[in-house]
Design a protein around this ligand. Structure first.
Ligand code: HEM
Length: 273
C-alpha cells in the first residue's frame, strides 16, 4: 500500500516534471525568489535534458538505481573471479592476466581494463553524489522530524543504516585497493600475484576480520539496495514484492557468502601456502 502510494507520487512527479520541466530544486528556488522574479528578473536558462533531469529527486533516484545495478554487476563478477582462489594460484593469477589482456591486439594491453575501470569509477562517483544530494533534499523537505518513534521503526534496519553501511564499505574499499591492488599494506605484496597477495594479507587475523565485517556491511547495503532499486524505477507491484525480497536476499547472501569465505579459507589454511 505504502509502495503504491509512493509509486503514484513518483509517477505524478515525473509527469509534472515532463510537462513543466521544473525541478524540485528550481521549484523551491522559485518559491523563495518569487518576489524578485515577479519584479521582472530573467527566467533561469534551462540546462540540457540529462542535467535538468538529474537535478530532480526522481532523476537522482534513477541514477542511484542504474549505477547501483552496474556496481552490483561488478561486485558479482569480482566475487565469481575471486572464487578461482579455490582452483589454485595459477588459475587466479592467469585470470588477472586475462583481464589485463582483454581485447588485445585490437587495443593495447590494459586499455580495455582502464575503460572498464573508468566506467566503474564514474558509477561510484554518481552513486555517492546522488545518495548525498537526495539525503540533503530529504532533510530540506522534512522541516519537522519524525512525529513518533513508531514512524522511525517502520523503516527496517537495512534501510535505516544505508548511509553507514555505504560509508563503512567505501572506507574499506580505499583500504582494499591499497592492500591488494596498488601497494600492499605491510604484508609481502607483488604486483600481478593475486593469490600470494590475498594469502599474505588475509593471513593477518585483524585484516581477515576487517574483510569479514566490511563484507557483512556490504551485504546489508546490497540487500536494501537490491530491494529498493525496483521501487526507484517505478517497478513496484505488491504481487512482485515477494520476488523482489527473494532476489535482494539471494543476491546479498550470495555475495556475502562468497566474499566472507575468502578470509575464512585463508585463516583455515584451505587456500594459501
Ligand atoms: C574478500 C573479498 C575480496 C577479495 C579476496 C578481493 C581481492 C582482490 C584482488 C586480489 C584485487 C587485485 C587484482 C589485481 O590487481 O590483479 C582486487 C582489486 C579490486 N577489488 Fe577486490 N576483493 C574482494 C572484495 C571486493 C569487493 C567487495 C569489492 C567491491 C567493490 C572490491 C573491489 C575491488 C576493486 C575496485 C579492485 C580494483 C580492480 C582493478 O584495479 O582493476 N573487492 N580485489
Amino acid at each position: 500500500m505504502r509502495g503504491q502510494i509512493k509509486r503514484t507520487a513518483d509517477t505524478d512527479r515525473f509527469s509534472r516534471w515532463k510537462r513543466t520541466g521544473v525541478t524540485s530544486a528550481a521549484m523551491a528556488t522559485t518559491t523563495v525568489a518569487r518576489g524578485s522574479a515577479d519584479a521582472g528578473s530573467k527566467a533561469k536558462r534551462k540546462a540540457p535534458f540529462p542535467v535538468e533531469f538529474y537535478r530532480s529527486a526522481l532523476g537522482k533516484k534513477y541514477v542511484m538505481a542504474l549505477t547501483g545495478i552496474m556496481l552490483m554487476g561488478f561486485v558479482f563478477a569480482h566475487m565469481v573471479g575471486n572464487l578461482k582462489m579455490y582452483l589454485g594460484a595459477e588459475d587466479i593469477n592467469h585470470y588477472g592476466e586475462f583481464l589485463r589482456e582483454l581485447l588485445v591486439p585490437i587495443l593495447p594491453r590494459t586499455v580495455f581494463l582502464w575503460l572498464l575501470r573508468g566506467g566503474l569509477i564514474t558509477a561510484f562517483a554518481l552513486h555517492i553524489h546522488a545518495a548525498y544530494s537526495l539525503t540533503r533534499m530529504n532533510h530540506a523537505a522534512r522541516t519537522v522530524g519524525y512525529q513518533a518513534k513508531r514512524d522511525y521503526i517502520a523503516a527496517n534496519f537495512a534501510s535505516r543504516t544505508m548511509r553507514w553501511t555505504g560509508v563503512i564499505f567505501a572506507l574499506f574499499l580505499v583500504w582494499h585497493l591499497f592492500d591488494l591492488s596498488w601497494t600492499g599494506t605491510g604484508a609481502t605484496w607483488v604486483r600481478g600475484q593475486a593469490y600470494q597477495n590475498i594469502d599474505n594479507s588475509l593471513s593477518r587475523v585483524p585484516v581477515a576480520l576487517l574483510y569479514i565485517v566490511a563484507n557483512l556491511a556490504l551485504g546489508i547495503h546490497l540487500f536494501h539496495g537490491a530491494w529498493s532499486l525496483f521501487q526507484s524505477m517505478g517497478w513496484n507491484n505488491p504481487r512482485f514484492n515477494p520476488m523482489r525480497r527473494n532476489f535482494a536476499a539471494g543476491f546479498a547472501g550470495l555475495i556475502v557468502l562468497g566474499n566472507v569465505s575468502f578470509p575464512i579459507a585463508v585463516l583455515a589454511g584451505i587456500v594459501g601456502n
